[in-house]
Design a protein around this ligand. Structure first.
Ligand code: DON
Length: 576
């Protein structure tokens, strides 16, 4: 007995030493008080592109220390939960799409679920009017968080122990890190919301305004992350953290119960896989609409020679607007959590259906949205953040994760230091009533206990010659699928560099409202040409923050890896 316990002690000591060594190696390279932003990085052994320099660096250090792309994706997400609190999270949910060096396509669903006591009309008053403030802010807006379950579900594909992957995040929370000008602006902008929707004053609120260079320390978050390190999933879904979440819900009138937390599971699902001009596109299935929308949009343009029309020519942009409009009309009608509702996926993705959908497309003339009803389908038998990662072994991981709006519900779990999502707003609170992204939905996306709300997140991997080639994704609510669509078409059809494909101005049509949303730098002359065809325009400031990783191969070996980070934020590309 004694011998066993001595051996155990020795094993623990060894584990602890390895952990300290790994962490020291990691922190030796990372200075949370001084860092710069890189928009492009090249290497051959590994790369991470994410919304924050410190998070990308944490992921890169994991790769350097023998971790694979899954390990790096986990560590990057955990670091984002600390350094990018507006969207990085442990109180939200996400999706992972990956392709392993064994040739396996994977998707993991860790989308939030409606609490067990949620009900279809919970955001309607007694006269049936929508109460969007409740689906968008505060305690009642939160679904049961999925992120921590998702991290553990993806860890089965990793190589390193979980403790080594979470330790950098714990240190960033415990010791603090210096915030950027963008983060300072964002925290200041949400101050009154933080004051309104919290029962315990969170670390994000201070008397004087935040400015670039201030240090953000999150002690309660560090303690929560340490409980996850020490107790695994139970460190979040049971015990002290679960108790703190449940107490917060009781104080603020939310619905997430201890039972909801204990019962939460992530799901590994069959990804959506389709061909586009000789490439294989791997995307996220329901409850994200992202993969199916991509398939619909790409298949509707595949038989047209968009390259010869020219990049940002009125003809090419009009074609893309019209396929976007048609796909989003189907989203509103048919898409939702297929564990709860029948989604006619076979039909919606079939060549015959998509050909039929394009029959009323008239080059040079806008099709009004009231003429584009959702397609005819016969019953069948049957503020978000993205990170892209690649390793030297040929594994690639694409993850989009979210709290929904910036800082989610704005509610921080008292004593636990993390923000809860406001993902319930992604349900259709009432047929035809737009959510915060202007998206409408119907029965397929109505609220039900335990159901997952429909998402637009589109983590994507593209294979060329059966090898991982592109790892892509972005935040942006309903603009996500159209941004990923345009990024891929820019690279595949218009032969643009990843950097140009990401940074070129984006446009977006989502059927309703019947207008084209464009970024500030969308060319004015192009807009005028399209207005003459009958399109209405609205300015959307910026669309998305896309991260692309591109791999080149030398036979069976990775030859080079290029990581690109969107110009639109603090996004940072790291490679070695
Ligand atoms: O799942 C979705 O589609 C949304 N909750 C994503 C929200 C988002 O991208 C916000 N970021 N800009």
């Amino acid at each position: 007995m004694k011998k066993i316990s001595t051996r155990l002690h020795a094993a623990h000591l060894l584990m602890a030493l390895t952990l300290v060594l790994l962490c020291c190696m990691a922190s030796a390279q990372i200075n949370p008080y001084q860092y710069t932003i890189n928009k492009m990085a090249n290497g051959s052994k590994g790369a991470v592109s994410s919304a924050h320099p410190l998070a990308s660096q944490v992921g890169l250090e994991v790769l350097k220390n023998g971790g694979n792309a899954f390990d790096a994706a986990i560590a990057t997400q955990l670091a984002l939960a600390v350094v990018y609190p507006g969207a990085g999270n442990i109180g939200g949910g996400g999706f992972l799409v990956a392709y392993t060096n064994k040739g396996k396509a994977i998707s993991i669903d860790y989308r939030e679920k409606a609490p067990g006591s949620a009900s279809r009309d919970m955001y309607l008053d007694k006269d049936g009017n929508p109460l969007l403030n409740l689906s968008q802010n505060g305690h009642l807006a939160s679904g049961v968080p999925g992120t921590v379950a998702g991290l553990f579900a993806s860890h089965k594909y990793g190589k390193l122990g979980f403790a080594a992957l979470i330790q950098p995040a714990i240190e960033l929370a415990e010791k603090g890190f210096v915030i950027t000008a963008a983060e300072a602006r964002s925290l200041n902008g949400s101050k009154s919301a933080f004051e309104k929707y919290n029962t315990v004053r969170p670390a994000f609120v201070k008397e004087k305004a935040w400015k670039a260079g201030d240090t953000l320390v999150q002690k309660d978050l560090a303690a929560t992350l340490s409980r996850i390190r020490d107790n695994g999933m139970k460190g979040f879904y049971e015990g002290e953290t679960a108790r703190l979440i449940s107490a917060e819900m009781k104080r603020g009138g939310g619905k997430i119960s201890l039972e909801d937390l204990k019962n939460y599971t992530a799901a590994e699902r069959d990804p959506i896989i389709f061909d586009y001009k000789g490439h294989t596109v791997i995307g996220m299935p329901m409850p994200s609409s992202g993969g199916l929308l991509m398939q619909q949009m790409m298949k509707m343009i595949e038989d047209r020679d968009i390259a010869s029309m020219g990049f940002h020519s009125p003809a090419a942009v009009q074609l893309m607007i019209e396929v976007e409009r048609r796909a989003y009309a189907d989203r509103a009608e048919f898409m939702g959590d297929k564990d709860f509702v029948k989604v006619p996926i076979q039909t919606l993705s079939s060549d015959a259906y998509l050909k039929e959908r394009m029959k009323d497309f008239i080059p040079g003339k806008a099709t009004p949205s009231d003429m584009v009803k959702p397609g005819k389908v016969n019953p069948e038998s049957d503020e978000t953040t993205h990170l892209s990662v690649a390793d030297q072994y040929g594994n690639v991981v694409s993850v989009t994760t979210t709290l929904n709006g910036g800082y989610g519900s704005k509610t921080v779990v008292g004593g636990a230091g993390f923000l809860l999502n406001n993902e319930m707003d992604d349900f259709s609170v009432k047929p035809g009533v737009p959510n915060m992204f202007g998206a409408v939905g119907k029965e397929a996306n109505a609220i039900a206990p335990g159901k997952r709300m429909l998402s637009s997140m589109t983590p994507t991997v593209v294979l060329k010659d059966k090898k991982p080639w592109l790892v892509v994704g972005t935040p942006g609510g309903t603009t996500i699928p159209t941004s990923v669509f345009q990024t891929l078409v820019n690279i595949i059809d218009f032969k643009q560099s990843s950097l140009d494909a990401v940074n070129n101005p984006k446009f977006h049509h989502q059927w309703l409202p019947d207008q084209v949303m464009v970024e500030n730098d969308f060319p004015k002359s192009l807009q005028t040409s399209l207005e003459k065809m009958g399109y209405l325009f609205t300015n959307r400031g910026q669309i998305g923050r896309t991260e692309v990783i591109k791999l080149e191969w030398n036979g069976k070996k990775v030859k080079s890896i290029e990581a690109v980070a969107d110009k639109r934020g603090d996004d940072h590309a790291a490679a070695y």
